[in-house]
Design a protein around this ligand. Sequence first.
Ligand code: GUN
Length: 298
Amino acid sequence: MAQILDGRLVAKELKARLRQRVEELRARGVAPTLVLVRVGEDPASGVYLRAKGKACKAVGIESRLVHFPEDVSGDTLRAEVRDLCREAAVHGVVVQLPLPAHIDEDEIIATLDPAKDVDGFHPHNLGLLCLGSPRFVPATPLGILRILDYYDIDLDGRPVVVVGRSRIVGRPLANLLSAKRTPGNATVTLCHSRTRNLGDVTRGAEILIVAAGQKGLISAEMVSPEAVVIDVGMHREPDPDRPGKERLCGDVDFAALADRVRAITPVPGGVGPMTVACLLENTVVAAESGPPGPRHQE
Ligand code: GUN
């Protein structure tokens, strides 16, 4: 049986440390504050934002949900996001993705103040990350690095395969893992939906990270028995133990891999809790950085 990499445990310990840092900030008269922006009624976004709000409360971060209707214009949303970033008491602003199709996500993200972009999605922040000196590492990649570190999984020189090239996970993660530092120094292959013979590539991974957004993409014969598997997927499927009900599952066939590989993250209870905890960490870092310098101009 594979070792289970318990994201809930790592997140719990991280949040305990964050609670202390928040107390120290509050003792200095700083109340770390995160604004969560939701547009429309995407149910998954509602679930994620509720989890983020609840986690903020648990560590003492103030959070505020600002909810816009589905048909809000891109111009209005940009103006609102800009105003939120200008509030001195706000340390972080998250615009939950995806946005409705009529809104240009890149334009909205570019409107964020990079100093308050605790998701780390602004081109300025992704540029810093690519250059090897990140300010805010996006929460899911950061959470994955923290899990690997917690379980002493060495990356140095190892073959790591990342499946998925999104701005949120695959692309920044491949960059971080290959950076010339620790954690890093991995030999990274980035795969995606156009990769030919995906199994031939994934079988070569000592560490396989799957963030393709495709339920059950990775089957047992696609992994090495020596592999450490990190599953970033989050989907629903019928629950065989509870007729008529659903359960969460990932991009990986967990039941088939759990008997075969060296270590694996479960879904739920793997990467998900770390994503939330690392967003809190970025918010605390933003609050600790003190009052921002001259406001960025759009
Ligand atoms: N949608 C899916 N993951 C994320 C995330 O980490 N941040 C934001 N803002 N939206 C998301």
